[in-house]
Design a protein around this ligand. Structure first.
Ligand code: NAD
Length: 446
């Protein structure tokens, strides 16, 4: 642990959402003195009271442990953050801009400015948010202009690769650490901040310049999105030929050069990262005059969106050709299991499309109900998977939570109006459901 190290830097984490809260909590557990700062006072108060404001397995226990250690505090005061920290991690949101595909950098610029205005001694500001390449250079100029300590304040970029649902494990034991730095001093500060991680796991540390570090993150997310859309493009071809994409994917996966991970066909990707990251990358490449290099990302996005429409078509076909008045049980709202995040969630997109087509849709999700209700008050909600399925004409699985996979189709048959299921995630055992008398349909399968 960092505790007792004479060189351990004091850390601040600016922005305490999914990424920042996880980072602040884990760094305190690893022994650092940490101050988390956010503009959202309610969020800060909940964290300070020991409550994680979102669903992330294992994090509540670590938050209590970190608070009990006395090493973790939360606040809203940037002057306090500047006075306290040696290394400042910037973890604020970079959503899609309201009027274009670009990343909205308002929050990053504002957070860095408010911190820098108070920095009157040498310090390192480390961006962790996902940003367009070139942002670090822009922020360096901003910091040097507004910080009382001027050029003594340095910028670094340490892109974050954590996955929601596995955030603790990915923070404590990441696959790799990427340090984008402009000086040896900045590298040393980052090495000190991650020493407990590297010593515990021998984590590879990749040191590079700032623009390359910014690009690593968007390049990684573009690759992952492309892999998913690739297999979903194959699913479209399968649908036209009567081939089975799950058998196809299984056979491809045996080629070690391809690999089976992220090669699962289905309803496609969503969430607060992949969709907006590939759009922002495409936009940034166009600004840089290299738009042709990544035009394929537009196809990746389009393939992904077509899966949502195709899922609606499957439900319509199964409902007998019309959705008008059909009762549909929508299982899942979160963009993926083990998360309550509904940002650009395929599940809710499909639920709304079904409702717009005239269906009566009842949604259930194990963790994302509050978020879904707030964002989509027009949908109906049930208290359990069984309740949602009561008298349903079609059950459609949209997020592959374990509890949906474990439902007994014989028991479920007793509550629905018709034994019809659309498996949007290839998560159910087709043979089991078919032998219980269900009409089973899935994307890319005959
Ligand atoms: P989030 O919306 O959960 O959290 C962002 C937080 O920043 C919010 O609490 C917000 O109140 C706060 N904030 C906004 N403006 C601020 C300001 N000026 N000063 C201080 N705080 C401010 O978002 P997130 O999912 O944690 O994502 C944050 C960044 O991390 C994004 O760039 C995202 O792309 C990247 N990222 C996220 C994940 C993930 O799995 N969520 C993984 C890797 C990278």
């Amino acid at each position: 642990p960092a505790e007792g190290r004479t060189t351990a830097p004091r850390l601040t984490v600016i922005g305490t959402g999914y990424l920042g809260a996880t980072h602040a909590i884990c760094m305190a557990v690893l022994g650092f003195e940490v101050l988390g700062v956010d503009v959202d006072r309610t969020k800060v108060e909940r964290l300070a009271a020991g409550e994680v404001p979102f669903f992330e397995p294992g994090l509540p226990e670590l938050l209590r442990k970190a608070l009990d250690s006395g090493r973790l505090r939360f606040g809203t005061d940037f002057a306090e953050a500047a006075a306290f920290g040696d290394v400042h991690f910037v973890c604020v949101g970079t959503p899609q801009a309201p009027d274009s595909d670009a990343a909205d950098l308002t929050y990053v610029r504002s957070a860095v400015r408010r911190l820098a205005e108070n920095l009157d001694r040498k310090a390192l500001v480390v961006g962790k948010s996902t940003v367009p390449v070139g942002t670090a250079a822009e922020l360096t100029a901003l910091v040097h202009e507004v910080a009382p300590a001027g050029e003594e304040v340095e910028l670094a970029w340490n892109p974050e690769f954590l996955r929601e649902g596995f955030a603790v494990q990915d923070t404590m034991n990441p696959d790799r650490l990427v340090f984008g730095v402009g000086s040896e001093w900045a590298e040393q500060q980052l090495r000190a901040a991650f020493a407990p991680v590297v010593e515990a796991h021998g984590t590879p540390v990749l040191v590079m310049d700032l623009p390359t570090a910014e690009l690593v993150k968007v390049a990684a997310n573009s690759f992952l999105a492309t892999k998913i859309s690739y297999i979903n493009a194959m699913a479209e071809v399968c649908e036209a030929t009567g081939a089975d994409v799950t058998a196809l994917a299984g056979a491809l996966a045996h080629d070690a050069r391809i690999g089976g991970r992220f090669l699962r066909p289905g309803l496609g990707f969503g969430g607060g990262c992949l969709p907006k990251d590939i759009r922002a990358f495409k936009h940034r490449a166009q600004e840089l005059g290299v738009g042709q290099a990544v035009t394929f990302l537009g196809e990746v996005d389009a393939i992904n969106k077509r899966r949502r429409a195709r899922t609606v078509d499957l439900v319509r076909e199964l409902a007998g050709g019309s959705l008008d008045g059909a009762r549909i049980a929508a299982w899942g709202a979160a963009f993926k299991p083990d998360s309550d995040d509904i940002r650009d969630a395929p599940a809710l997109d499909v639920a709304v499309l079904l409702q717009d087509a005239g269906a009566q849709v009842t949604v259930y999700d194990p963790e994302a109900m509050d978020n879904a209700r707030r964002a989509y008050p027009q949908l109906s909600y049930a208290d359990s998977a069984m309740d949602a399925a009561r008298d349903a004409d079609v059950v459609v699985l949209l997020t592959e939570w374990a509890q949906f996979r474990e439902v007994d189709p014989e028991i479920l048959a007793g509550v629905v109006a018709h034994r019809r299921v659309v498996d949007g995630r290839h998560a159910l055992d087709r043979d089991l459901w078919s032998s219980a008398g269900w009409e089973y349909r899935a994307l890319g399968r005959p």
